[in-house]
Design a protein around this ligand. Structure first.
Ligand SMILES: [Zn+2]
Length: 244
């Protein structure tokens, strides 16, 4: 049955992109519902924005052993549709007896991931077989995980305050990943901003949100035109986070 207001520009998931042994699979990216992304470099798997459903998708994709070996998670910001699957993923790894450490990278000021971490480690303080390390990102400094070079960059994202017309800034990052000379840029949720323009330029793949429904730009999400204009500076781009 056709849904009301079905948006013909909304992409079909999953979206898969691959160059040699560097690949990305976007299981889902639907505003207010969920985002979930798997990045694979050689034999290493990384999770980006573990929204609701990420455990189901990773389990289907990787199986238990590879899932247990996941060592790094990247969170762009604290909105529920980008980290709603964290608790179940952490619990699953505990039940499956993961023993290797798990590092979670997130923007400074993202209280949601810190709160989940504190609650989780409190609940399972006596029987957690693996170590969780929170890696707060407060500067745009390049670092490496396994063989992947990661450059975080601040983007512009906001949320509405309940019961008012006001908005507030949400700490938010995009990530630029480079593996053996191949670059993938993921902007997360963002309005049009110079940092994203710079990061996406020349990337082998740019993953750009086009979540703003109107054609007048705002400072929360990008319009289709804005996202496309940035996308064209990359070798290839995909648009995500488009309202369905
Ligand atoms: Zn958001």
């Amino acid at each position: 049955m056709m849904k009301k207001n079905q948006n013909k520009t909304a992409p079909k998931f999953p979206i898969v992109w691959k160059k040699k042994d560097f690949s990305i699979k976007i299981f889902c990216s639907i505003p207010n519902i969920a985002t979930g992304i798997l990045l694979t470099a050689g034999k290493n798997h990384f999770v980006i924005d573990p929204g609701d459903g990420i455990l189901r998708d990773l389990s289907k994709e990787l199986g238990v052993e590879s899932l247990k070996n996941i060592s790094h998670i990247f969170v762009t910001h604290g909105h529920h549709d980008h980290l709603g699957g964290v608790w179940s993923l952490l619990t699953y790894l505990r039940v499956m007896n993961k023993t290797s450490p798990l590092k979670i990278y997130y923007p400074a000021g993202c209280v949601e991931i810190e709160s989940i971490y504190h609650a989780f480690t409190k609940v399972y303080s006596h029987n957690l077989p693996y170590k969780i390390e929170l890696k707060k990102i407060s500067e745009e400094k390049k670092f490496s995980v396994k063989n992947v070079s990661v450059k975080p960059f601040a983007v512009i994202h906001k949320e509405y305050l309940p019961n008012t017309k006001g908005k507030r800034i949400v700490p938010a990052l995009g990530f630029h990943f480079n593996y053996n000379g191949t670059a993938i840029c993921y902007g997360g949720d963002t309005g049009y901003c110079d940092s994203l323009v710079k990061a996406a330029k020349g990337a082998d793949l740019a993953i750009l949100e086009a979540g703003h429904e109107e054609s007048t730009p705002d400072d929360m999400h990008m319009t289709m035109d804005e996202a496309q204009s940035i996308g064209k500076s990359a070798k290839k781009y995909v648009l995500v986070h488009i309202p369905e």
